[in-house]
Ligand binder design. Structure first.
Ligand code: FE
Length: 201
């Protein structure tokens, strides 16, 4: 029996919560079980998207918690059961909150807060960076509307003042770039040590 099956009976509204020592196995297994689906109108799977984001983070010299955050930034989509095309149906599943909330039981803010803020970072960058909005993919533009659109000036100021804003913006840029069909990356097991090293002590 694998880790995901052992905890399947504990499934709550936000997905099952395995015991702490099993969480890394559980997460990698979650990508293997559920990560083959398309990434919301983009030409890569959920797992390819996560691997590309994490690989960009590692290549940029990010520390282990931020590499872990890049790998796990969309795990909220794998934890819930709302299907792949919810943006098409006009639903915002708040995957960033769901994922961060689930992960807080195991990982410190250096992992969970950039994840929590990666949608806010998009709204911030759309409001503050010339040309950013124009470069968004069709699917990302569509979800932006559901997410509340670009920040107002005051929202942008508030976002920028937060302790994890910079990490969230870095994560956002790796996220946007991680939609490259056929790009070669290391596999899930390559990132196991990054997850292991980032667990709450
Ligand atoms: Fe993403």
């Amino acid at each position: 029996m694998d880790a995901s099956q052992r905890v399947a009976e504990n499934r709550g509204a936000d997905g099952p919560q395995p015991a702490a020592p099993e969480v890394v196995d559980y997460l990698l297994d979650l990508f293997r079980r559920r990560g083959d689906g398309a990434y919301f109108g983009e030409p890569v799977s959920q797992t390819e998207h996560a691997l590309q984001a994490a690989w960009s983070a590692q290549q940029a010299g990010a520390d282990a918690p931020l590499v872990a955050a890049a790998l796990l930034h969309d795990v909220g989509h794998l934890l819930h059961d709302k299907g792949e095309s919810i943006a098409d149906e006009g639903v915002d599943a708040r995957h960033e909150e769901l994922g961060a909330k689930w992960l807080r039981r195991y990982f410190p803010p250096e992992v969970t807060e950039p994840i929590h803020l990666h949608v806010a970072a998009k709204r911030y960058l759309c409001a503050s960076e010339a040309g950013y909005l124009e470069k968004l993919s069709e699917a990302s533009l569509q979800s932006l509307k559901l997410q509340g659109g670009p920040f107002t000036e005051e929202q942008a100021r508030e976002f920028r003042a937060g302790p994890h804003a910079r990490a969230a913006m870095e994560l956002r840029l790796w996220d946007e770039a991680a939609k490259n069909p056929g790009l070669k990356t290391p596999d899930l097991d390559h990132f196991r040590p990054f997850l292991q090293a980032s667990l709450s002590k």
